[in-house]
Design a protein around this ligand. Structure first.
Ligand code: COA
Length: 147
């Protein structure tokens, strides 16, 4: 079966966010600021009824990003049983195309260091030299790319 990509409401992506990104935290920790903003985009990749990969995109500034109206990527996750099949990449590029339609021109995100190479393969690069720790999650690095 082929991967179906679509924009979905927050409620649809929360279970996979919880499973992959916040497994040891309460469900309430899986709701991010801006999830319900009208311009926020939640992308889901599904195989039939199975949710296999997700990502969310927010119109959000960052003190180290000078581009106007940048977009932020959060909650990029692929179901553990569906890793390394290209689904994360497909969700990412579907998000990029969706943001292009909204005239987005720059994307930033706090990448887990463990996922930095994945993002590099998607045309992203480090925007700072140092890493920083997010308690309970681990080391991160600021990354981004043109949309
Ligand atoms: C990072 C993550 C979303 C990648 O999802 P995925 O669906 O397995 O990724 P893809 O299969 O689309 O991978 C695309 C390419 O990146 C590579 N890749 C995937 N994850 C990687 C990783 N952690 N490190 C290095 N390379 C990675 C793949 O091998 C593939 O390379 P190729 O094009 O040379 O074959 C997934 O590993 C995940 O959910 N990790 C846990 C949560 C997480 O860290 N999310 C990111 C938060 S910032």
């Amino acid at each position: 079966m082929t991967l179906e990509l679509q924009c979905v409401p927050t409620s649809e992506i929360i279970p996979l966010r919880h499973l992959v990104l916040r497994p040891n935290q309460p469900l309430s920790a899986c709701f991010y600021p801006g999830d319900e903003d009208s311009n926020t985009v939640h992308i889901a990749g599904k195989i039939g009824d199975q949710l296999v990969s997700i990502a969310s995109w927010y119109l959000e500034s960052h003190p180290q990003i000078s581009e106007s109206s940048p977009w932020r990527l959060r909650g990029m996750a692929t179901h553990p049983e569906f890793l390394k099949r290209g689904y994360g990449r497909d969700v990412f590029y579907f998000g990029i195309e969706t943001l292009k339609e909204q005239h987005g021109h720059f994307l930033w995100f706090n990448a887990r260091v463990s996922a930095a190479e994945f993002y590099q393969k998607l045309g992203c690069q480090a925007l700072s030299t140092g890493t920083f720790n997010i308690p309970g999650i681990g080391p991160h690095i600021l990354m981004g790319r043109k949309i």
